[in-house]
Write a protein that binds this ligand. Structure first.
Ligand code: HSE
Length: 435
């Protein structure tokens, strides 16, 4: 039965205002009604575009209001968001949130609270803006074996990469534009250093494979050390595969990946966020600006690509709207894959055991020797004046992420990523990724 929604909204920034706007216009078009009762904001000084009677600065005015049955949480402070969401769920209110950091850090506990309280926590807007990927993984791909879920999960980084490559803007100007357009997080390091797509990867891992992954355990390298010369290098790089086929004209994209790897019975999942050289054959090649894309590879449906705006008030607001609408029917994510994992002989678990072809560009002052003293490579493929292309294990990159950051080394996957263990690679049903 359809329920009347009385909403308490937290946050009135880019997405909050976008949602308010959508709700005003959508009512006229579709007859869908949801009533925003109160909006809680932090900043008392900021001029607001709507009547001041909507606003409160006290969260309890919403959380303790019995008329309000639905909380929409759109603030950037993940810790504060966690307390709001937890209290709301425990007191019988359903929640819609776009806070990927909060979800990635607390999902396991929040799922338990949802179960105990019989309430619902939805977060379509937390992953890839307007792309309906959370519900797709949870419901549509309920039973089909997924080989991989990967793609461009951060609009700001993609915007910056596009603007440098296509319009010759500097990194700083492009970042400023991403901030002005409301794409970037309040702290843009979360975008460019790859935290934001890592959080999204973790919440998609829960829906795709039923596992809760600690974001700190995911190999994460962003585009913050990128220079224009890396984009030019990728463009001119000629990669030769085993059959002597040559590929060139790559673009650099920040790619997040969850991929099954190794022997199928082991149920190992490789998770990482890394800049990657993308060939023109890859659907990610033409995904530009704030657009995001999710590639899903499954046993029977084969390859699918979802593309759409990954940031911005209206696109993200549209995903919030869809969740609000689903709450009229008390829709919940059921985490059936998590339950199935518990009963399986071998449940899915993360690994970093994989061998990747990687480009590392460093300041000449660092010198290759210092790099080699700190990081072990399996093989050096190409050696340049201030870069090398190597085969390296992803565990080794993970162990050396502080050294990489301190020395401002730009890292990108430039070729194949495959199971480290040669033996399991030769067995059937092994997945590997090539961009
Ligand atoms: N800062 C995020 C991005 C917003 O750029 O993708 C959407 O999650």
């Amino acid at each position: 039965m359809k329920k009347t929604l009385k909403i308490g909204l937290f946050g009135f920034g880019c997405v909050g205002e976008g949602l308010y706007d959508i709700l005003q216009n959508n009512t006229e078009n579709t007859g869908f009604e949801a009533d925003i009762v109160k909006i809680c904001v932090k900043n008392k000084e900021k001029k607001r575009s709507i009547d001041s009677s909507y606003f409160t600065y006290d969260k309890n005015e919403i959380l303790e209001n019995e008329e309000i049955n639905t909380i929409v949480e759109l603030i950037s402070d993940a810790e504060e968001a966690y307390h709001i969401v937890k209290k709301a769920l425990q007191s019988g209110k359903n929640v819609v949130t776009a806070n990927k950091k909060m979800i990635a850090l607390h999902l396991e506990e929040l799922v338990q609270i949802q179960k105990e309280a019989g309430t619902s926590l939805l977060y379509e807007a937390a992953a890839c803006g307007s792309i309906p990927i959370v519900r797709t993984l949870a419901e549509y791909y309920d039973n089909e074996l997924l080989y991989s879920v990967s793609g461009i999960f951060n609009g700001s980084s993609n915007y910056i990469l596009s603007k440098i490559a296509n319009e010759n803007l500097t990194y700083d100007v492009a970042l400023k534009q991403a901030q002005d357009l409301g794409f970037a997080e309040a702290d843009p390091t979360l975008d460019v250093a790859g935290f934001d797509p890592t959080y999204k990867l973790c919440l998609l891992a829960a829906q795709a494979y039923g596992i809760f992954v600690n974001p700190d355990e995911v190999l994460r390298i962003g585009i913050n050390n990128l220079k224009k010369e890396d984009i030019d290098f990728a463009k001119n790089y000629i990669r030769q595969d085993n059959k002597s086929q040559k590929t060139t004209n790559f673009k650099v994209k920040l790619v997040a990946t969850i991929s099954r790897i190794g022997n199928v019975e082991e149920n190992k999942l490789l998770l990482y966020v890394l800049p990657t050289f993308i060939s023109h054959e890859n659907p990610l090649y033409n995904v530009e600006n704030e657009n995001n894309a999710v590639l899903v590879e499954a046993a029977f449906s084969d390859k699918q690509t979802f593309i759409g705006k990954g940031a911005g008030g209206h696109p993200t607001g549209s995903a919030v709207l869809s969740d609000i609408s689903a709450l009229r029917y008390d829709y919940q994510y059921e985490y059936r894959k998590t339950e199935r994992n518990k009963t399986k002989k071998s449940s899915f678990s993360p690994t970093r055991k994989a061998l990747a072809e990687v480009y590392l560009r460093f300041d000449e002052s660092l010198m290759e020797n210092k790099l080699r003293e700190n990081i072990s490579f399996e093989e050096i493929i190409i050696r340049g004046k201030n870069y090398i292309i190597v085969k390296i294990s992803l565990s080794e990159l993970f162990e050396n992420r502080d050294f990489i950051e301190e020395n401002k080394i730009f890292v990108a996957i430039s070729g194949e990523v495959k199971a480290f263990n040669k033996e399991s690679q030769e067995k059937e049903n092994v997945t590997s990724t090539i961009y």
